[in-house]
Design a protein around this ligand. Sequence first.
Ligand code: FES
Length: 84
Amino acid sequence: MSKEEPQKLPKIVQKKSKAMRLDPGVYYYCRCGLSDTQPWCDGKHQGTDFQPKKLVIDMPQEVYLCMCKHTLKSPFCDGSHRKI
Ligand code: FES
């Protein structure tokens, strides 16, 4: 990817969700797929059309995060990885 050609589609990290137990807090989910700290944003979306998704967790809970980056319910898995 170059600066002249912004990334239009997210990079597929893996074609299955990632189950995580999250403590209360604020998280920034990577939507571009370029982060080295998946599933969280590390700033590598700069220069693309993507922005991280803010996720606020109020109580400890298990979540299933989208890792194909094609979900329509970001940041949560909606099964889209089965269709790509
Ligand atoms: S690094 Fe992917 S959204 Fe920030």
